[in-house]
Write a protein that binds this ligand. Structure first.
Ligand code: SAM
Length: 289
């Protein structure tokens, strides 16, 4: 079995295959021996729970996952990594590599066909150029997974895991909290990757909620309100909702007054329940947007 977290091993395998890292595919491979075992331990997989991995690279995390579960399905976009993965993961018979773009895949279909009704978790060191779109795809399609454990850029991790109602609140933070309970697991500095990225990383775990915390009448409208509120985050909610939803200021004033939300408040000061109340208020009173 290869030591895929050893830089000399990684470099020698890659040079044998004439592999060059692709910056545009976010290829920074982990070379720290304890990070992948820790991710695999904390992602919640076991012999009864299958795993989807996104972007296996040369398989450093994949093999740690495969030691702890019956089945890993790993989706890798870069064709050039396929022969390498066949070699590095040849000791395992419980790994399926799929050569595809995670953003274009039908993941519900994949879960139905590959995991036979079993619980599934996602575990991955994500390519940074599409971190948020990948996470939002997994959440918005309400993929039937128990949790999503991913390594992302540290600043993104902090933003996704921050408490709502604080300065670092964001529209994606609201969306994350709507679908899941986020948890910051641990940080990984840039020196643990080859090639070394310009930023540090952190591993987060999104524990998917079985039911949303609050009853939202119209989800599309809810996210429209959230996005409008944060689209001009330095402005008051009164202004940002009026501009973002194209509503007269007097109507927004009535909505906020009706919900006893101060006109001077900013989006970053709102909790998720207040966003829900605003969108339900608009929905219930059939206010035209
Ligand atoms: N898991 C490996 C590790 O931890 O060392 C590699 C992680 S590297 C940060 C991201 C991986 O995602 C690369 O292997 C890259 O080729 C792959 N990737 C990039 N875009 C992808 C996409 N749209 N779909 C699937 N894989 C992708």
């Amino acid at each position: 079995m290869y030591n895929l977290a050893d830089i000399k091993t990684v470099k020698s395998i890659l040079s044998r295959y004439g592999f060059n890292f692709s910056k545009s595919l976010g290829q920074n491979f982990l070379i720290n021996p304890s990070v992948c075992p820790r991710m695999a331990e904390e992602c919640g997989c076991n012999m009864e729970v299958g795993v989807i991995e996104i972007g296996p690279g040369i398989g450093v995390l994949t093999c740690e996952l495969a030691k702890r579960t019956n089945k890993v399905v790993a989706i890798e976009l870069d064709k050039k990594l396929l022969p390498i993965l066949s070699e590095t993961l040849s000791d395992f018979d419980n790994i399926k590599i799929i050569n595809d773009d995670i953003m274009k895949m039908n993941l519900e279909g994949l879960i139905a066909s590959e995991f036979d009704g079993k619980d599934v978790v996602v575990c991955a060191n994500l390519p940074y150029y599409i971190t948020s779109p990948i996470i939002m795809k997994l959440l918005e399609t309400r993929l039937n997974v128990k949790s999503i454990t991913v390594m992302v850029q540290k600043e993104v991790a902090l933003r996704l895991c921050t408490d709502l109602g604080t300065r670092d609140s964001s529209s994606i933070g609201v969306a994350i909290n709507y679908y899941a309970e986020p948890e910051l697991l641990f940080e990984v500095s840039r020196g643990n990757f080859v090639p070394m990225p310009k930023v540090d990383s952190a591993v987060i775990k999104l524990n998917i909620r079985k039911e949303p915390q609050f009853k939202v009448q119209d989800e599309k409208l809810f996210f429209k309100v959230v996005n409008a509120a944060f689209s001009q985050r330095r402005k008051t909610l009164h202004n940002s909702l009026s501009n973002g939803l194209n509503l007269q200021k007097s109507i927004v004033q009535d909505i906020l007054n009706g919900l006893s939300i101060p006109l001077t408040i900013r989006a970053e000061n709102l909790n998720i329940e207040q966003f829900v109340k605003i969108s339900n208020y608009i929905y219930d009173r059939k206010i035209k947007l």
